[in-house]
Design a protein around this ligand. Structure first.
Ligand code: ATP
Ligand code: MG
Length: 314
């Protein structure tokens, strides 16, 4: 089921086309990554989906609601960590969370329990009664995340959630996102510049450039639109005989064979070709130690996409 539907969405600021004819669907329970250089339109898209900005054209639905006319209801049912979260600096961490909780209509006992749980999870317990204004950037970010998740929303928008966090806190947030989607079935709309994080977390990704979608799909799908095939690294106990190596290049699905001595790199058309190749090699007496199918990383895909001249992969 599509939890977020966007079609033909556009929004300009004066001469700048911040979002350009954007069409996307997010399914329930998926972590959807939105990547793209500064100014690509990621934050503007989040603000449109939260009903904070109105579109110039296009259609959006979040949990079946139209953010442009039902923004308040959308914000009640979703959680958002904005790019520059604003906290009540003169209120303590606990008071900040309590205040948001009352806006979501949580009852007193439930609210207190959830506030304690969030403070604990985000390791803010010891500073719970200190004013948020005195917090470090990372502590503010953790408090803002705690606030975004306080009411247990089904859909969560995270605009660069790990920016400014120390490695440990960033790791915790990454784990939290994993838990949210894969255990609790929440849908996560994640804008990030951290490609490793995106590769690890996201079921599907959209790469934006100048407000438009450059590419959309799973990591494997994005890789396939850019390059044909994949490659397998094969380690042998002893070097493959020259005649076998020549025959290997003639096996079904093999595009070419690189590498030398005991380390071969075999380029194949499809993953399904690999088991037959392994069986064939073993039958020829090759002594395989390790077979490792490889794909392009998100980082390689990202930079290749940004190089595409017309903004679309071939
Ligand atoms: N309120 C605004 N007024 C004028 N221009 C805006 C406004 N908000 C966004 N823009 C412009 O829209 C474009 C997209 O901005 P947006 O913040 O959505 O990018 P982004 O992908 O989130 O970038 P970043 O990675 O830097 O966060 C930019 O050119 C930006 O200057
Ligand atoms: Mg942004």
């Amino acid at each position: 089921m599509a939890v977020i539907e966007i079609s033909g969405l556009s929004r300009a600021f004066g001469p700048v086309q911040a979002v350009r004819d954007l069409t996307l669907e997010l399914n329930e329970g998926e972590v959807f990554g939105v990547l793209g250089p500064n100014g690509a339109g990621k934050t503007t898209t989040v603000r449109l989906l939260n009903g904070v900005l109105k579109p110039d054209a296009g259609r959006m639905r979040v949990l079946g609601l139209d953010p442009a006319s039902q923004g308040k209801e959308v914000r009640r049912q979703t959680g958002v960590l904005t790019e520059t979260p604003s906290l009540y600096e003169r209120l303590s961490a606990r008071e900040n969370l309590r205040f948001s909780g009352t806006l979501y209509g949580l009852g007193r006992a439930e609210l207190e329990a959830r506030v304690d749980a969030q403070l604990d999870f985000f390791k803010l317990g010891p500073r719970a009664d200190d004013k948020a204004g005195g917090f470090s950037k990372g502590m503010k970010q953790r408090l803002a995340l705690a606030r975004a998740l306080l009411h247990g929303p089904k859909v969560i928008f995270l605009d660069e959630p790990t920016a400014g966090l120390d490695p440990e806190a960033a790791h915790q947030v990454t784990q939290l996102i994993e838990q949210l989607s894969h255990q609790a079935g929440r849908t996560v709309f994640l804008c990030t510049h951290n490609l490793d994080e995106a590769q690890r977390l996201c079921d599907r990704l959209a790469v934006l450039r100048q407000g438009g979608v450059l590419a959309l799909g799973s990591l494997a799908e994005l890789g396939r639109t850019l390059w044909r095939g994949l490659w397998v690294e094969m380690d042998m106990q002893t070097a493959l005989r020259a005649d076998l190596r020549r025959d290997l290049t003639r096996q079904p699905g093999v595009q070419r064979v690189e590498g030398e001595a005991t380390r071969l790199v075999v380029h194949v058309s499809r993953e399904a070709d690999i088991p037959d190749l392994v069986s064939w090699l073993a039958a020829q007496g090759a002594r395989l130690m390790r077979v490792m199918p490889r794909r392009h990383t998100l980082e390689e895909i990202y930079f290749e996409l940004q190089e595409q001249p017309e903004g679309r992969p071939a």
